[in-house]
Design a protein around this ligand. Structure first.
Ligand SMILES: [Mg+2]
Length: 368
């Protein structure tokens, strides 16, 4: 259950509008899970139905990733349609745990109705290199975009080739830049040893998910044997798995993908109560969900590691969905969210109802 930060006496109901989206990767993304060509999800908008609350609408995004244990798009759509266009905060808090992307999307939209008091400042963001040899092209823009942390996917080709490429990559790495290696659970135990030996004394921030999600004990042993930290990702894709791993004493880093992790409020509450070393990571969502990630990044305590959000350049539309940057809004110079004109461009269900509009392009209204 999420936290009912909304006044429990409040019988508020919200009109729900949904807009499924599909975004094409500029080039399919190769991971150990296979080739990924399109990213699909659902934008949602909640608008207060009571006249006394008329005004702002809240935005959220459902970006499922069934390979990581979340619901799939069809299940999420089915849930949205079952609402018949209305929802209350209590019903949002009751969204079941087998719909974590819906929990995230709807609670994000509810939280979006409440302005952020402490706006985020510039974040430390981790860029994502292309997989394999393509990363070694010095003309890639990513090499000159000022990233202090870069991620590279491994376990996609034969290990001796990859280890040779890794040496070349280390040669190219600018002074002070760190690498994150992500195996997506694709290494054998023997290969994980080879990689961790190759990482010794190198600027590698961590090796992410070397082994499959069922091989927790082996990863725990590896984490004690080498100096390079390990991070778990696939092993803690759901809230229940995360709790299990935490209570089994995982001593190292945990990668959280908030968009598929369920209620944001639950994560905030947990991190305030327990010391955890976490990395927040993207699931190739659009700016709507990203806004919530930034909000989480400013709310969670001791979040020192670069955010895994450097994913915009992977999309034809620059990461903002078909409505474009202005449509989704952006963090303004004041550090506050500036609404774009997504609500006024005539996109059917997401169109606003003529009050509490979603802002207009360039109005500079920092209030959401
Ligand atoms: Mg990962």
């Amino acid at each position: 259950m999420g936290i009912n930060f909304h006044n429990s006496q409040n019988k508020a109901r919200y009109q729900v509008r949904i807009e499924p989206y599909s975004r094409r990767f500029k080039q399919p993304l190769q991971t150990h899970h296979g080739l990924w060509r399109d990213r699909q999800g659902i934008w949602i908008q909640l608008c207060p139905m009571a006249a006394s609350e008329a005004g702002e609408c809240g935005w959220g995004e459902i970006a499922p990733l069934p390979e990581f244990g979340s619901e799939n798009l069809t299940e999420a759509l089915h849930f949205c349609q079952s609402l018949r266009g209305e929802i209350s905060p209590e019903e949002i808090n009751s969204i079941p745990d087998d719909l974590p992307a819906c929990q995230f999307g709807f609670e994000s939209a509810l939280m979006d109705l409440h302005p952020l008091e402490n706006p985020p400042h510039l974040m430390n963001i981790c860029g994502l290199l292309p997989t394999g040899k393509a990363a070694l092209d010095p003309k890639l823009p990513i090499w000159n975009q000022g990233y202090a942390t870069l991620k590279w996917k491994i376990a996609v080709t034969e290990i001796s080739q990859e280890l040779a490429l890794f040496q070349d990559l280390l040669w190219m790495l600018p002074e002070g830049v760190k690498l994150r290696l992500d195996a997506n659970g694709g290494l054998t135990e023997a290969e994980a040893h080879q990689w961790l030996q190759a990482c010794e004394h190198q600027p590698v921030e961590f090796l992410e998910q070397p082994l499959g999600r069922s091989e927790f004990e082996a990863m725990l042993a590896l984490s004690h044997e080498y100096e390079t930290p390990l991070a778990l990702d696939e092993s803690i894709a759901t809230w229940q798995q995360f709790l299990q791993v935490y209570h089994r004493g995982w001593p190292s880093i945990m990668v959280i993908k908030p968009a598929i992790f369920g209620f944001p409020s639950r994560l905030i509450e947990f991190c305030h109560a327990h010391p955890v070393d976490i990395v927040l990571s993207s699931v190739f969502e659009t700016a709507i969900a990203r806004k919530m990630l930034f909000r989480l990044a400013t709310t969670l305590p001791n979040l020192d590691r670069a955010l895994g959000l450097g994913t915009d350049r992977w999309f034809e539309d620059g990461g903002m969905g078909e409505w474009g940057n202005g449509g989704m809004g952006e963090w303004g110079d004041t550090g506050r969210w500036r609404r774009g004109d997504a609500g006024t461009r005539g996109h059917g269900e997401m169109e606003t109802r003529g009050r509490g509009d979603a802002g207009t392009r360039g109005d500079g209204d920092a209030k959401k």
